[in-house]
Design a protein. Structure first.
Length: 491
């Protein structure tokens, strides 16, 4: 199984309303060309950024998205659909196209992350799978990035398998955590499937299985002399654990091997300081200290800022479950549909809540950077000339942002807020066609680090981060206002 491969994906992995709507489109013969966009409305964790993750998993699942003979038999048994429609589903394959931001990109609310173009039926049927995949992995990758930054870009290990939400949750979390900055995982299957380094040494059960701590540590050192990390808090960390580790460590040192210790309970900060003193006094300045025990980014940042002598962090529950954040706010909305003449016309969801009124039309996302390569704003523009049902909407040329020009950019939800900006650096399109081979997991992980380095530190604060500007062009703003005006005029 390759790094990005997944089992054959059943197209029944969808919300039932996707099937009822698809059946309706089929019966009414309105299976026209359409464009849907996936975006999210708010940052998880009160964060200043989000890590876009899950794209390769989604694309692999999309390639495998089909109805098996058993799936078709189940659909017939429901007696909700015409037999001819079920026959149509029996041969179903996705035939549309996908544009997306690069996986591992730093992204922000309101901007499209994935744009799907195809007929109404196929775009509708993949909604649940797309959102399930992207929402969870983006949540966990973002959480991990917070932990990694809180550690000062230290060595963070993902130890969350036993607390993850089921087998798929465990696998997806391991993949996303590696993207977000974890150096490895305790999940052995994730190591095999995705090529992630696997990590882990012993549990308390190992120590308790022997007559004493020294016996347990010595037995482990005999088997793994070059990978010995001793869990020293089974009984008494300072009075026995670290002392027995040193006894066995001396024998390893005679063979030219080093060792480390792990703390999994108690006052981790205090114990790490005291253990470091004892190890240094014994001549083991190179013995690393690893800590675990329900850590999160706040605890890690506090200890890091206080100078705790910790070399690596094992993070489980808080990383793979999202901790305080139960879900990611990604949604999937119709942005444009084909009219009777074959033209794509913009679609808008209007709401009394301005934050839930969508930005219409087929859009591109531009990342504007300054001369030093730091990101300063993202801007949504219309990807192509658009028409409304009444005729052309605005100028026919596309919105193309260019260096050296000054623009007026508008808030994506509040039509009266705007600012002026002259592009002095670069303006790069984020949404690009997804075709062929996708980047490796290591390449995606590397992109995360590069993207985070292009963000000012004010956006990366754990508490009260600065809000990154996401705006729309004047042309897109005017189109949105015209459509809202037309809608209100019809009421």
């Amino acid at each position: 199984m390759g790094f990005e491969e997944a089992p054959a994906y059943s197209a029944l992995f969808c919300d039932f309303y996707s099937l009822t709507m698809a059946h309706g489109y089929w019966k009414k013969n309105i299976n026209h060309r359409s464009v849907f966009e996936m975006f999210f409305r708010r940052q998880p964790f009160g964060n200043g950024f989000t890590i876009f993750a899950g794209l390769a998993t989604f694309m692999e699942n999309l390639r495998n998205f089909h109805y098996s003979a058993e799936d078709i038999a189940y659909l017939r048994s429901l007696k909700n659909f015409d037999g001819a429609f079920i026959d149509y589903l029996a041969d179903f394959r996705f035939t549309g196209s996908v544009c997306a931001a690069a996986e591992g990109s730093v992204v922000f609310p309101h901007e499209p992350l994935i744009r799907v173009e195809g007929n109404m039926i196929e775009c509708q049927l993949i909604e649940g799978m797309l959102l399930n995949t992207i929402n969870f992995q983006s949540l966990i990758a973002t959480k991990t990035a917070r932990v990694w930054l809180a550690s000062g870009k230290g060595s963070v290990m993902e130890f969350g398998l036993r607390r993850a939400q089921g087998p798929d949750g465990g696998m997806s979390a391991s993949r996303a955590a590696f993207i977000g900055g974890a150096v490895g995982t305790s999940n052995t299957l994730a190591g095999k499937t995705y090529g992630i380094p696997v990590l882990g040494t012993m549990a308390h059960a190992w120590v308790m299985a022997f007559p004493g701590e020294e016996d347990a540590f010595q037995a482990y050192a005999d088997i793994y002399p070059d990978k010995s990390v001793f869990l020293i808090d089974t009984y008494d960390t300072l009075k026995s654990g670290v002392l027995n580790a040193i006894k066995v460590g001396r024998k390893l040192a005679e063979k030219g091997e080093n060792f480390g210790v792990r703390l999994d309970s108690g006052d981790i900060h205090y114990l790490s300081v005291e253990v470091r003193k004892i190890l240094d006094a014994a001549g083991f300045q190179n013995a690393a200290i690893t800590v675990s025990n329900d850590l999160d980014e706040s605890i890690i940042q506090t200890m890091t800022n206080a100078g705790a002598p910790i070399n690596s962090w094992g993070v489980g529950t808080q990383m793979v479950t999202g901790g305080t954040e139960a879900a990611f706010s990604g949604v999937y909305k119709l942005a444009a549909r084909e009219d009777a003449t074959g033209k794509l016309i913009p679609a808008i969801k209007f709401s009394d809540n301005p934050e839930k009124t969508t930005n219409p039309g087929v859009k591109q996302v531009w990342r504007i950077k300054d001369q030093s390569g730091m990101a300063v704003a993202d801007v949504l523009s219309l990807e192509q000339p658009v028409s409304t049902e009444e005729g052309p909407a605005g100028a026919e040329e596309s919105d193309i942002l260019e260096k050296g020009k000054r623009y007026s950019f508008w808030h994506p939800a509040a039509d009266y807020r705007h600012f002026y900006h002259e592009i002095t650096g670069t303006a790069e399109c984020l949404l690009k066609p997804v075709k062929g081979d996708l980047p490796s997991l290591a390449e995606i992980r590397s992109r995360v680090e590069q993207e985070l380095d292009s963000l000012d530190s004010s956006y990366k604060r754990l508490l009260n981060p600065h809000v990154y500007k996401v705006s729309v062009t004047t042309r897109l703003r005017n189109l949105k206002l015209d459509l809202i005006k037309n809608y209100l005029g019809d009421l």
